[in-house]
Write a protein that binds this ligand. Structure first.
Ligand code: UTP
Length: 294
């Protein structure tokens, strides 16, 4: 019997972030801040809320600052303590994962999301796990992964992906679902196509960056077959599990901001800023005063 808990989450953060150059030349895109927290930290907090105990980062060259971010910063902590800046000190310490709960592995070549997940195989082992793409910032309560884990438990396992209806013309950017029966927020998945042209898309229900996967996914990823963009695609490996186990999409109640995209990233900053009591009044004044033209 597979464990009926999701204890581990994989964060694939080895992508090149080319859409954010030159900002991402020396800084990983996951470290860009939404208001005052790096994008990656929102994903980690969401995972923690969903009961995740082990955080597995698949990194690449130039991503070591992500490791530093989830470690102690002794000089800073000593300085803030000496100056009695308790609020700031608290903000540092609350983001620190428990001892031994974080691990890092490297994807030596950016061969695709599926390949990045495969790199975490030895750390995940033989149990179901979550994959969180931090670029997709999910805002809402309960958190997106929490909602998915709850659905996964009710269903009794298998694959659960987060999904969102997108305008037809955007299907080429997503894995698209051929939907079966829907019950509330949960839709049965009958088929999957990675990045189809709108005319070839089976629906406009698109997979977004949260997954719950069984360990059987690794055998499919091991085939290392290249898909769209000549990359080893997670969607293709998931598609091979169709019919072998329950497979569902969950439409969460959270708002999604695509922080891998310039406009999405700015939108996330505005939305999160406007929801923050400490800065919302000043931000509202500024936004109202903007002459945005047409
Ligand atoms: P993206 O498609 O956003 O690619 O990856 P990217 O390289 O990060 O960014 P751009 O398009 O060049 O700006 C989606 C997710 O998959 C991870 C990324 O880090 C991101 O979380 N990924 C992608 C890997 O970890 N390895 C890969 O080889 C590809």
């Amino acid at each position: 019997m597979p464990a009926m808990r999701i204890r581990k989450a994989v964060f694939p953060v080895a992508g090149m972030g080319t859409r954010f150059l030159p900002a991402t030349k020396a800084i990983p895109k996951e470290m860009l801040p939404v208001v005052d927290k790096p994008v990656i930290q929102y994903g980690v907090e969401e995972a923690r809320e969903a009961g995740i105990e082990q955080f597995i980062f698949v990194t690449g060259r130039g991503k070591h600052v992500i490791e530093d971010h989830f470690d102690h910063a002794y000089e800073l902590e000593a300085l803030l303590t000496a100056r009695e800046k308790t609020r700031e000190l608290h903000s540092l310490l609350e983001s620190l994962p428990n001892t031994g709960s974080v691990s890092f592995t490297r994807q030596q070549k950016p061969l695709g999301l599926g390949h990045a997940v495969l790199c975490a195989q030895h750390l995940v082992g033989n149990e179901p796990f979550a994959v969180v793409l931090p670029d997709d910032l999910m805002v809402g309560q309960p958190g997106a992964l929490r909602q998915m884990v709850d659905a996964w438990r009710v269903i009794g396992g298998g694959v659960v992906v987060a999904a969102e209806e997108k305008p037809r013309e955007e299907t080429q950017r997503y894995g698209v679902i051929a939907p079966g029966v829907s019950r509330g927020a949960v839709t049965e998945v009958l088929g999957l196509v990675e990045k189809p042209k709108p005319s070839a898309a089976p629906s406009n229900l698109c997979i977004i960056g949260r997954y719950i996967l069984p360990p059987e996914i690794f055998a499919e990823l091991e085939r290392r077959e290249r898909g769209a963009g000549n990359e080893i695609q997670l969607t293709d490996a998931m598609a091979r599990l169709l019919g072998k186990m329950p497979f569902h999409a969950v439409t969460t109640t959270c708002a999604r901001y695509d922080c891998g995209d310039k406009v999405g990233f700015l939108q996330a900053n505005l939305a999160v800023g406007l929801a923050r009591q400490d800065i919302a009044p000043a931000l509202k004044r500024i936004v109202r005063a903007l002459d945005v033209g047409d």
